[in-house]
Design a protein around this ligand. Sequence first.
Ligand SMILES: Cc1cc2nc3c(=O)[nH]c(=O)nc-3n(C[C@H](O)[C@H](O)[C@H](O)COP(=O)(O)O)c2cc1C
Length: 187
Amino acid sequence: MILDYKDIDDLNRYKIMSGTVVPRPIAWIVTKDEGIVNAAPFSYFIPLSSNPATIIVSIGKKDADTPKDTLANILKNKKATICFANEANLEELKLSSTALAKSESEIEKYSIKVTKILEDFPPMISSSQSALFCTLHSSINLGGDTTPVILEIKKQFIKDECINEKLHVSMKNIGRIGVSFAKMVSI
Ligand SMILES: Cc1cc2nc3c(=O)[nH]c(=O)nc-3n(C[C@H](O)[C@H](O)[C@H](O)COP(=O)(O)O)c2cc1C
């Protein structure tokens, strides 16, 4: 079967692409604007380069005229803290994907515990094993409904037990397979 993308609408493209490009890591992004701490998961997310240390994440709109809060906050304040989810915080991750008004905080509404690690970056999700403290490098206009943003990693928190003296990292991330979640384990 050949799927011709010009004949497939956005929702069905999303279904096919997100079922095919698997597993995808999840960026659980914490941003802050006017004192409101926002958190939401994003799986159109991948590392780009180690020098400069950059990742890319694609963020859509709430409706035709309004970017998702995470995108609005990143473009305005140029900062994001990317946390990694595990089995223990999966329910909180799912709750944080609920679309709330910009004036509402997922962190407060769902009582998700956060820790302020660095003064000049948004806090991290306390139950995450690692977090990347990023600044906005650039954004890309694809001409569609989604805006990819390139974020530069300035600092990283990682639990001591997740990294050894050879800098080998061992984490219990969850990822996305289609609309399901999967534990990422090495084989
Ligand atoms: C696991 C998961 C992955 C998601 N990935 C994306 C994504 O890559 N891009 C996107 O725009 N929305 C994605 N979403 C939906 C957003 O999390 C959702 O729209 C959220 O309400 C955005 O919140 P915000 O307005 O506070 O930024 C994903 C949701 C889940 C549960």
